[in-house]
Design a protein around this ligand. Structure first.
Ligand code: C2E
Ligand code: MG
Ligand code: MG
Length: 605
């Protein structure tokens, strides 16, 4: 088709020529040359016709394409506009004026789409780059006709041939909203909506970069786990939300609150003097401890607060948090509901704790552990009726370390599990030897840590040990803590122990916050009144009343009551007057070695 003109024209002209020559019968050399020349002429004319047809078709196709482009420019939600050198629109698609809330005739110049502030910024930041490269792409804030603003992404290019500018603008409101939401989620606690650990680190970085002094309050709620377990997780969540709200409501400039997770909150304050920090700690404590209603129960929860200061304590953010955490932990251990400022002695404590942890790992293998035994006496007959096994550690590096110090450290790691197994093994081995030697049998009480008790294999391990040493289970009693009694699923576990014939005793009773009603459903045999109550007796405070009621409850529930920490004749007389059946304490005898207790057992047998 493209060569149609070039083929048809020469044929047509030459046919006409040949017909006329045949008609005139004048075939000469000249006429033949004229024929060829005409043929060539026809070819050129054909070529011109072909070109014309081709250009026409091109033009038609171009028009069609242009129409298609126009339609697609109109169909897109991106705003597309072409402006002249002065910024006036020469072309704009529908989205261009609709995006800004104008009609097509209202929107004249691209500058109508931005605030003066943005225009200044474009002049300063965008134009130099655009002039240099002919392109720019970035985010801006567009202004609609009604004055409202929206975030947009803009791409502009210069059309070199004409000097005009083509701009494509996309409304990124939705994108920004999702971005903001994702960022909010990443930086806030999903329960309380309070900025989280990441936000806190951002803030710490910012303050440290600017070298602004501040104090960091590490807040942990006392007994939160207990309330969570007792009242349910919904109530626990409610309590956290309320605590966060109260902390955020603290009235002070430059104060920010973070929720690290669980019951841990952080407050950062620009106040750093000892007096100011103490004042703020008291305010925090007061706010948090204010009673609140949870599931119809009025609950009062107290915080333990640890405080570290920048740059006074350290200029390392991890350390700053760790120091405040340590100080908080220190406060918890010394009785909860208090605030502690980080200091060197806490640091030394921490260092010692680390050494204890390292050394304790080898204590069993090195044979550094031993058991001591403290007698329990019948208060009326004043005769020995039982023993408590108490662990002793003579460390090659640290010397004698009290169990009151190393047991809590072992409990924080898995070390307690091996130590606990060693204690059971050693206790049963002693019991079986005494039986073999024919001594008068006495009940041996063994202390069991919460963590040890909650080990999956605990009951099967105990059963295996009982079988191995063949001891009569009635002469073994486990001393458990009061706090474990509120754990979920504790009753089946305690029942499984009772099924072995082993006795159960609650140690340090009265210090673990459990209500007396829990005693109704716990399968226990003995209550040991904490020694702090016994010591209060002599100071004439409330001790006597408390002991009397515990003894009465014990008697009503058929439990054996043991008073710990009887040190003096006065303690002894008072407890006897209160009809406490069994006593333990320095008054009767301190914990002694295996050899010494064996000598005593031999004497009474
Ligand atoms: P606990 O079970 O309440 O043991 C009684 C503690 O009071 C013992 O301290 C004992 O020596 C001390 N004590 C006894 N009578 C008196 C007294 O009249 N006055 C005073 N001031 N103290 C008295 P110890 O041996 O230092 O043990 C401390 C704690 O360490 C124990 O308290 C127990 O909770 C834990 N513990 C000891 N041995 C073990 C063990 O083998 N396993 C576990 N898990 N914990 C143990
Ligand atoms: Mg005990
Ligand atoms: Mg005790």
């Amino acid at each position: 088709m493209a060569y149609l003109g070039r083929v048809l024209c020469p044929i047509l002209i030459m046919t006409v020529n040949i017909t006329s020559l045949t008609y005139n019968a004048a075939f000469t050399a000249v006429s033949l040359m004229v024929l060829i020349a005409n043929g060539l002429l026809g070819f050129f004319i054909g070529m011109i016709i072909d070109k014309f047809i081709f250009s026409y078709k091109q033009l038609k196709r171009g028009k069609l394409e242009l129409e298609q482009y126009k339609q697609s420019l109109q169909a897109t939600t991106d705003a597309i506009g072409i402006t002249d050198e002065n910024g006036y629109f020469e072309f704009m698609n529908e989205s261009q004026f609709k995006m800004y809330g104008y009609t097509s005739s209202e929107l004249k110049n691209w500058k109508d789409c931005y605030s003066q502030e943005t225009l200044d910024w474009i002049e300063e930041q965008v134009m130099p780059k655009f002039q240099l490269t002919g392109h720019w792409r970035g985010e801006l804030e567009g202004v609609r006709k009604d004055g409202s603003t929206f975030p947009q992404e803009m791409s502009i290019s210069k059309i070199n041939e004409t000097g005009k500018v083509i701009a494509v603008v996309r409304d990124i409101t939705k994108l920004k909203e999702s971005e903001n939401l994702i960022q909010h989620i990443a930086l806030h606690n999903d329960l309380t909506e309070i900025p989280n650990r990441r936000s806190m680190y951002d803030k710490l970085n910012e303050l440290m970069e600017k070298e602004i002094p501040f104090s960091l309050f590490f807040i942990d709620l006392d007994r939160f786990k207990y309330i969570n377990d007792m009242l349910g997780h919904n109530a626990g969540d409610q309590l956290l939300v309320e605590t966060g709200r109260r902390l955020e409501g603290l009235q002070q400039d430059m104060l920010s609150v973070y929720h690290l997770g669980g019951d841990e909150f952080i407050v950062l304050s620009s106040k750093t003097s000892q007096r100011e920090v103490q004042q703020l700690a008291m305010d925090i404590s007061k706010q948090v401890s204010w009673p609140q209603l949870l599931n119809g129960n009025q609950i009062q929860i107290t915080p333990s607060i640890g405080i570290s200061r920048y740059p006074e304590d350290t200029d390392n953010k991890e350390e700053l948090l760790q120091f405040a955490d340590l100080a908080m932990y220190h406060g918890k251990q010394s009785g909860k509901n208090r605030f502690v400022l980080y200091n060197d002695s806490i640091k030394r404590c921490q260092e010692r704790k680390l050494i204890i942890e390292q050394q304790l790992g080898n204590a069993i293998a090195e044979g550094e552990l031993s058991l001591y035994f403290q007698p329990k006496y019948d208060m009326e007959a004043k005769c020995l009726v039982g023993l408590e096994a108490l662990i002793r550690w003579e460390s090659a590096v640290l010397g004698d370390v009290s169990p009151a110090e190393f047991i809590p450290i072992a409990e924080e790691s898995t070390l307690i599990v091996d130590i606990g197994k060693w204690v059971i093994n050693e206790s049963l081995s002693r019991l079986s030897k005494w039986e073999d030697k024919g001594y008068r049998p006495v009940k041996l009480s063994v202390n069991i840590s919460n963590r040890q008790l909650q080990e999956k294999q605990f009951v099967s391990f105990l059963r295996a040990m009982m079988e191995e040493f063949q001891v009569d289970p009635q002469y073994l009693e486990l001393e458990i803590t009061e706090t474990i009694t509120t754990e979920a699923n504790i009753i089946p576990l305690l029942n499984a122990i009772k099924d072995l014939g082993v006795g159960l005793s609650i140690d340090d009773f009265g210090t673990g916050y459990s209500s007396l009603s829990v005693l109704n459903y716990l399968p226990i045999d003995t209550l040991k009144i904490d020694r702090s109550f016994v010591h209060h007796i002599s100071s004439g405070k409330y001790g006597e009343e408390v002991i009397k009621s515990i003894i009465d409850i014990g008697r009503n529930m058929d439990l054996v009551v043991v008073a710990e920490g009887i040190e003096t004749e006065e303690h002894f007389n008072l407890l006897r007057k209160l009809k406490c059946p069994i006593g333990q304490g320095y008054y009767f005898g301190k914990p002694v070695s295996y050899e010494e207790i064996e000598w005593k057992l031999k004497r009474i047998s």
